[in-house]
Design a protein around this ligand. Structure first.
Ligand code: NDP
Length: 278
């Protein structure tokens, strides 16, 4: 692992890798679990030591895959999981966290997020998070899929991060949410950074930039996000070549020309757009 791997500082001073790993769609098929855990372990070996999961993924199956991946190396990992909004009451959050800890085979979650805004008042979920923090079951808490107006309700709290959809095709947060978080030194976690491996990666501009660096388009898509201060990307990959291509993004520095070509193909927002989500 190179010493200069890009990293991001959370508001409490904790430094985490700017390139982590996602787990959505893992743990859905027991026959794939060993390959999924092996992919996550390879990612850890390559320095992508932040793992993002959620109670929702595979109805707990993804957390079980993560448990298998991190067995014996828990201290290397910055572990992120999420509570679903329907469980996010005071008592429900505590119970959900305890179920997640059990599935994850650990005694603590490093960052526990509210998966998206729901019917429970956010102040109640925050109180539950703070109680879990006091018990040592979580180290930090944050939110996901919160737009600027929803973030405003968290002003003055210890919210550590907001995890949102952010990739070359979905740059809306650059207009307002990203600056809002940056002003508060709160990192944003970019989910679906590869556009789920679909159309975005087939764009001509990405191929052009990728060819100059001798890498594939996914590596450039991640390098673009790594070039933004305060952004943590969490690509999900099971195929070994995908894991390696993603890790390689940490070694790429995009030039002015690269950035101009990407901006021309994927223009940054000129006005407020509602937060996009999956
Ligand atoms: P990604 O943008 O990470 O894309 C994942 C897909 O891209 C998979 O099919 C994967 O294939 C493929 N892929 C991975 N690496 C490469 C590569 N180098 N080249 C080509 N294809 C590649 O999508 P996700 O939606 O999974 O987002 C990432 C993570 O963000 C999730 O796994 C989850 O942890 C989190 N998330 C959070 C949400 C929220 O509401 N908070 C919502 C959505 C995601 P394969 O697996 O076969 O290797």
């Amino acid at each position: 692992m190179s010493a200069a791997r890009p990293s991001v500082r959370l508001p409490d001073g904790t430094v985490v890798p700017a390139l982590g790993q996602g787990t959505w769609h893992m743990g859905e098929d027991r026959r794939q679990a060993a390959a999924e855990a092996a992919a996550l372990r390879l990612g850890l070996d390559l320095g992508m030591s932040l793992i993002d999961t959620a109670e929702m993924y595979g109805s707990g199956g993804a957390e079980r895959v993560v448990a298998e991946a991190i067995a014996g190396r828990r201290d290397e990992v910055f572990l992120v999981s999420k509570v679903m909004p329907q469980n996010a009451s005071r008592a429900g959050t505590k119970a959900a966290c305890e179920r997640s800890l059990k599935r994850l085979g650990t005694d603590r979650i490093d960052l526990y997020l509210l998966h998206w805004p729901g019917a429970v008042p956010v102040a109640e979920t925050v109180a539950a998070f703070e109680a879990l923090r006091a018990e040592g079951k979580i180290r930090l808490w944050g939110v996901s899929n919160f737009d600027v107006e929803e973030m405003a309700a968290l002003e003055g709290t210890d919210c550590a991060s907001n995890q949102v959809l952010y990739n070359l095709e979905e740059r809306g947060i650059e207009f307002d949410l990203l600056p809002w978080c940056a002003a508060r030194r709160m990192p944003v976690m970019a989910y679906t950074p590869l556009g789920q491996g679909g159309r975005m990666l087939r764009a001509k501009a990405l191929a052009q930039v990728a060819a100059r660096h001798g890498v594939g388009p996914a590596t450039v898509a991640l390098a673009f996000l790594l070039g933004r201060p305060g952004v943590i990307s969490i690509p999900k990959a099971v195929r070994e070549e995908h894991v390696r291509a993603n890790a390689a993004a940490a070694e790429i520095n995009l030039s002015r020309l690269d950035r101009d070509e990407l901006d021309a193909a994927f223009p940054p927002p000129k006005k407020k757009k509602r937060l996009a989500m999956l």
